[in-house]
Design a protein around this ligand. Structure first.
Ligand code: PRT
Ligand code: ZN
Length: 297
């Protein structure tokens, strides 16, 4: 294969992960010109291009070296790792990305008396994740039949083709609609940045390192807020005690008011109205809560 000098990321063409993945890449300063066939997107600023594909194809494209990285659900990545076995290029999870959260769970008919995995022995379980389910059954020491289905797994018990299912659950609405209940969680999943264990040792590797630094900055600040307020020196201790977690606040003088200080604090998460009201009661005024867009430590 001809060596590439541009980094290539595989991501879902159209589905749950598409919008949040594009948004994340945009926050990392990557913008793309979409080609007419909409399969390949050329990166405009940085030497990073996108390949838009079905999510199931993403791990294989990385393993084959067609792409350097992929944005894909942990469920898909881990299933591929199990199915591919040892011969394939080992893939790794470079970063969890904090969106597309769901869990891979065993679900049983609502009226089932399921309490523990042992009770699955001898039953048929329908799933699109035979690798992950098979491994879980082995670790539980349970011998059950695995019925592999490409989709619509949740209707298998009603159709009589399976006794239980192993599928992705998010709100739980699909299970309720199909008279099923979640019985055991096999895997907590979210979108991840996947890549080969051995990273490219050329310019692509340098670009990848830069991208990981930017990603860390974006992920770190995504939930962060910058809190600004004014207070008298005497009130500072009480206020500082109430600040939501984060590094030590910065104090700045206020022109013409020697007793007043401006306080600037980076808070790790959302600052609620209740927290603000409490901080105000402790003597703060002129309070602002600002979203943080970028951070480079
Ligand atoms: O066309 P392509 O193959 O790319 O798309 P796809 O249909 O295979 O994938 P898509 O877009 O449905 O999901 C992509 C990824 O999103 C998955 O691999 C997961 O990592 C993640 N994700 C997060 C989910 C869900 N939440 C989810 N709720 N994937 C699927 N579901 C389905 C689930 O299979 C079930 O049918 O939604 C239903 C359950 O949802 P609740 O809310 O009713 O519990
Ligand atoms: Zn898919």
């Amino acid at each position: 294969m001809k060596p590439r000098d541009r980094l290539r990321i595989a991501m879902q063409k159209s589905g749950r992960l598409t919008e949040p993945a594009l948004d994340l890449l945009k926050r990392c300063g990557l913008t793309f010109r979409q080609s007419r066939d909409k399969l390949f997107c050329f990166g405009e600023g940085e030497p990073v291009d996108l390949l838009l594909v079905r999510d199931d194809d993403i791990p294989g494209l990385i393993a084959q070296g067609v792409c350097d990285l992929g944005i894909v659900g942990r469920n898909v990545l881990d299933e591929f790792r199990l199915a591919a076995g040892r011969e394939a290029e080992p893939l790794t999870e470079l970063r969890p990305l904090g969106f597309g959260r769901c869990r891979l769970s065993i679900a049983v008919p609502q009226e089932s008396d399921y309490r523990e995995p042992r009770q699955l022995a001898g039953l048929r379980i329908a799933t699109s994740y035979p690798g992950l389910l098979g491994e879980w059954l082995r670790t539980q020491g349970v011998d059950a039949g695995v019925v592999t289905l490409a989709g619509s797994v949740e209707i298998a018990p009603r159709l009589g083709t399976a006794d239980a299912i192993c599928d992705l659950v998010q709100s739980g609405g699909t299970l309720v609609a199909n008279q099923l209940r979640e019985a055991d969680v096999l895997l907590e999943s979210e979108a991840v940045l996947a890549g080969p264990q051995a990273l490219p040792a050329d310019e692509r590797g340098d670009m990848l390192e830069l991208l990981l630094k930017r990603l860390d900055g974006v992920i770190q600040v995504r939930e962060s807020r910058l809190l600004l307020l004014q207070a008298s020196r005497g009130a500072l201790d009480a206020i500082t005690r109430l600040l939501p977690g984060g590094p030590q606040p910065t104090l700045l003088p206020v022109a013409g008011q020697p007793d007043q200080l401006m306080l600037q604090a980076l808070c790790a998460g959302e600052v609620s109205w209740r927290q603000l009201e409490e901080i105000k009661r402790a003597g703060a005024r002129e309070m602002f809560v600002l979203p943080v867009e970028k951070m480079l430590a």
